[in-house]
Design a protein around this ligand. Structure first.
Ligand SMILES: [Zn+2]
Length: 421
């Protein structure tokens, strides 16, 4: 009598999608015909003989235990909180959904071993306005209403929101992502709720290297999580999440007192650095909050997006003044819990634990996480990873100058003069 192994259909499907394989490709590899793969994926459980089960696990490059473990998280592609650009294919949305599911199950595994921070986000009425929502979020997370948020990702993780930063090139699917194949993914991030009861908020970011964009995307996704629990399907909702992001980072009531009488790009830089928000977003925020008039807004916007930053050759809109004044934020919760639960500081160190996920997928989960703080913080250069638990700003905002992370100080006036030349 041969041993039979019960395989969960949802697991087979998940593994195939995460490997970016078509059902046809699996059929061919397995030497199967017809609808066998589809039937396998749609059945709750199918008993396969041990050899076939092992062969399928090999084709999909997942440990056999993955297929025999009941699935926990469920995320439908339609419930991802982002408005997918038209170019996003159904396959791509499925991939993003299954990636979230996999992270969700991994979080459950960690939570069983050591309880994750409880979720501390406000429950909002459907009609809550953006400013009230941002105020409520700050209050629930224990932040004052009128101070800058030095490290937003950390605050969210403390409030129980898991943040994953995907690698530029995923090891698990072997695919080049947005680096050369920008058409596939135009969004900067997405969010959803995972876990057995769908109550763990999860934000998944692309590996962005701009500190402004990371903070703003995290804040934008929090907006979706709080305001659009039922899904995102309109441009209005996108704009709402964006207004929420700016208001969370730089509450208009607090910023109002600091807005110069005659606003220029030059004199907004200190505000940008203080509140940790891009000039592009700040300009729009000031305009929407009635703090600058539409004429000035149009003029400054035009300046930002047409003038060239001589240091980078791009417009100031793309690499703004202060673009390298802060170290980009990185999440830490996942890496921290892996250390806590498994005494591991890398995916490779998880191998002896015989977890149900393949090593390359675990590596993708941990790709963008901030490494453990050094035990001997000998320098205070604020390089990511050497910071203590609550990281600080990397450089002070000095009016008229831009303190660079590398230690240089560049005079913004010099840039302006070069531009005029
Ligand atoms: Zn969005």
């Amino acid at each position: 009598m041969t041993t039979r192994i019960e395989m969960y259909g949802a697991r087979v499907r998940q593994a195939r999608i995460l490997r970016r394989m078509t059902g046809k490709a699996v059929l061919a590899e397995m030497g199967w015909r017809g609808a066998r793969q589809t039937r396998l994926e749609q059945a709750e459980v199918t008993a396969l003989d041990a050899d076939t089960a092992a062969r399928l696990a090999e084709v999909l490059r997942f440990p056999l235990e993955f297929f025999t473990t009941p699935p926990v998280s469920r995320v439908a592609a339609a419930s991802l909180l982002f408005r997918a650009p038209k170019a996003t294919s159904a396959t791509e949305k499925e991939y993003l959904a299954q990636f979230a599911v996999a992270v969700g199950d991994f979080l459950e595994e960690l939570n069983v071993r050591s309880q994750l921070p409880p979720v501390k986000l406000p429950a909002l009425d459907r009609r809550t306005g953006v400013a009230a929502a941002a105020r409520a979020a700050r209050a629930r997370m224990g932040m004052d209403a009128d101070v800058p948020i030095p490290y937003l990702t950390y605050e969210l993780e403390r409030a129980g929101v898991a943040v994953v930063m995907r690698a530029r090139r995923t090891k698990s699917s072997g695919e080049l992502n947005w680096a050369s194949d920008g058409a596939r993914e135009k969004h900067l991030g997405y969010s959803t709720r995972v876990g057995e009861y769908g109550d763990r908020p999860l934000i998944v970011l692309r590996a962005l290297d701009s500190w402004e964009r990371i903070r703003w995307t995290v804040a934008h996704e929090l907006g979706h999580l709080l305001l659009h629990a039922d899904g995102v399907n309109s441009k209005d909702q996108e704009e709402e999440a964006s207004r929420f992001a700016s208001e969370l980072l730089a509450p208009a009531a607090a910023v109002a007192e600091e807005v110069p009488k005659v606003v220029s790009l030059h004199n907004l830089v200190p505000l940008k650095l203080k509140w940790g928000i891009s000039l592009g977003a700040l300009l729009r925020h000031l305009s929407e909050s009635g703090l600058i008039d539409s004429h000035r807004y149009d003029m400054l916007r035009r300046q930002l997006y047409t003038r060239i930053n001589p240091a980078t050759g791009h417009t100031w809109g793309r690499t703004e003044p202060g673009w390298d004044a802060r170290v980009p934020e990185q999440p830490r919760l996942l890496a921290k819990w892996v250390e806590r639960c498994f005494h591991a500081t890398s995916a490779a160190m998880l191998a002896p634990r015989r977890l149900i996920w393949p090593a390359d997928l675990l590596e993708d989960f941990l790709a963008g996480q901030r490494p453990a703080p050094s035990t001997t913080p000998s320098d205070n250069s604020s390089i990511a990873g050497t910071n203590q638990r609550r990281p600080a700003l990397s450089a002070a905002a000095v009016p008229g100058t831009i303190a660079l992370a590398r230690g240089n100080v560049v005079d913004f006036d010099r840039f302006r003069n070069e531009r005029r030349a």
